[in-house]
Design a protein around this ligand. Structure first.
Ligand SMILES: [Zn+2]
Ligand SMILES: [Zn+2]
Length: 117
């Protein structure tokens, strides 16, 4: 018996940011992986160039274009280059150091002709 692979509603959704299995949802109702639970898609554009309005319906998140009407998530993602938001790196920034331990001041040598002429 030949089992046909079906792509349908029961497929595990992929995280739009990294492609991992999306078992979680972000605050917009977009299926995402656990790592991107707090990531949002941001501004999404339609194929026509208009900005899409994100909505959440019975079947999850989708988009609405004022020109084209409803656009599903898959289509929207195929148009937009969604990137995982960069992790905020907290940089410990101390006071700016002008010198790196190397003395910059002039060292007066005992045989300096300017002082011992
Ligand atoms: Zn992810
Ligand atoms: Zn459109």
């Amino acid at each position: 018996m030949y089992m046909k692979k079906t792509y349908g509603q029961n497929m595990t959704k992929a995280c739009p940011f990294c492609g991992a299995a999306a078992y979680a949802k972000n605050k917009d109702g977009v299926p995402v992986c656990a790592n991107h639970k707090h990531a949002t898609l941001g501004e999404m554009k339609c194929v026509c160039g208009s900005f899409l309005e994100q909505k959440t319906g019975k079947w999850g998140a989708f988009f609405v274009c004022e020109t084209c009407g409803p656009v599903n998530m898959k289509k929207a993602l195929s148009v937009n280059d969604v990137q995982a938001p960069a992790k905020k790196v907290e940089r410990a920034r101390g006071p700016k150091k002008d010198e790196w331990g190397n003395a910059v001041e002039e060292v007066v040598r005992p045989d300096d002709p300017r002082y011992f002429s």
